[in-house]
Ligand binder design. Sequence first.
Ligand code: PMP
Length: 492
Amino acid sequence: MESMSKNDTVRLRKRHIGPSCKLFFKNDPIKIVRAEGQYMYDEKGQQYLDCINNVAHVGHCHPTVVQAGIDQMSVLNTNSRFLHDNLVICAKRLTSLFPEPLSVCFFVNSGSEANDLALRLARAHTKFNDVITLDHAYHGHVTSLIDISPYKFNLPGGGGKPEHVHVAACPDVYRGKYRDVDSSLDELGVKYANDVKEIIEKAKAGGRNIGAFIAESLQSCGGQVILPPGYLKQVYSHVRGAGGVCIADEVQVGFGRVGKHWWAFQLQGEDVIPDIVTLGKPMGNGHPVAAVITTPAIAQSFANTGMEYFNTYGGNPVSCAIACAVLDTIEQDCLRDKSARVGNHLMNCLRQLMDKHPIIGDIRGVGLFVGIDLVRDRESRKPATAEAQHVISRLKEEQILLSADGPYSNVLKIKPPLVFNQDNADRLVTLLDEVLTEIADSKLYADEHEQLERPGSVSPSETRKIYEIDPMAGQPNGKRKKLIEDIEAVKL
Ligand code: PMP
């Protein structure tokens, strides 16, 4: 299935693809030629266990989804200005999975398009322009979303925070502004929600009004953050009290990843209902289809602006057939249940590892959305960034694909296709145990990590300095690797 050598692929990519498009494992990239279920295969037929691809939600190349695309593509594909059953059936099925009054659907092609449209809907409905976003958040690659993504606008070349954007503290109870050491989780929910309240009041005092609050229902990019109980309920109440609407970004965490519920915002309680929900990645299992779900009132305000909304590919019959097949598969293969079961097993095994490895500072997760926060020591919670990058690179050698997230890139993130099974979880934990033991034995990490104590993203030059310590230098087992480039983390 390889149409050219790996070297030629690299050469052509260097020549014709923009250098800002990053590869995983830049120094030794993997060329994937096919995938199935939770496995990916390189050009030599080497199998990799995929622990990070939350797009291939029901499993890479699931036959039901593939067949649905083939069948519809061979009959018709056209835009949504013609009546077509797939569009309305998909909208009905999707909205049936949401609480009232979330009954209206707009189909788009990516998470970014969904979030951009969500902002337009919010502004049309509230007539207010300002947006509250969470620190370290990422909501998409288009200009309007870089503006509300601290993860991007704080980077060199990011342009900084625009005036209409207000950044609330990331409600990370382990590493954030308020921590689990001196408050209960309920108190932390109140404290972090009050942060949003203060922002609203301050903005008002300065003559500005908040049109929207946007947050992932579990923050992926901030480091696999689980929101404290009561947080969204209180935040939504503060935001609505000020005339704004609440957007839940479920682009990464929706469609049953959290197991018990279809949507991660439901983890915050039955009475927590966003005004707008954005969906993407898993919705098409790799096919570009995404959506915005909202209320009839908000959809009407948008229509009242008088501007037509037309999206050439959004909601085409092929995309809708595929999205319906994904929903069928989640149900038929009992994937929500599986996510809960395997996720629990994985969390239990990881907690056991914690007894053995002081480098594991925190383990957090719901369903198959799990984060392992690596620390230099548990007291100070100093992020173990280089160690995390070393784990990722060693696991790659063991044919396991893992990645890191968070402002310090020290949180190992696990968010595999939901077909990930108990054996896969056991293999991951066994190898993680081995690699963490290697790190503990190497005793070569030095205090040069101090620079990471300040918040903000780790820049390439900083990671370079850190990695030059090279923890495996001099190791007799041949596992020494030079990974400076690789840890210019490709996070998303
Ligand atoms: N929201 C979140 C939370 C995301 O993680 C992403 C993509 N990583 C997006 C939105 C944007 O989605 P897309 O890349 O499909 O435009």
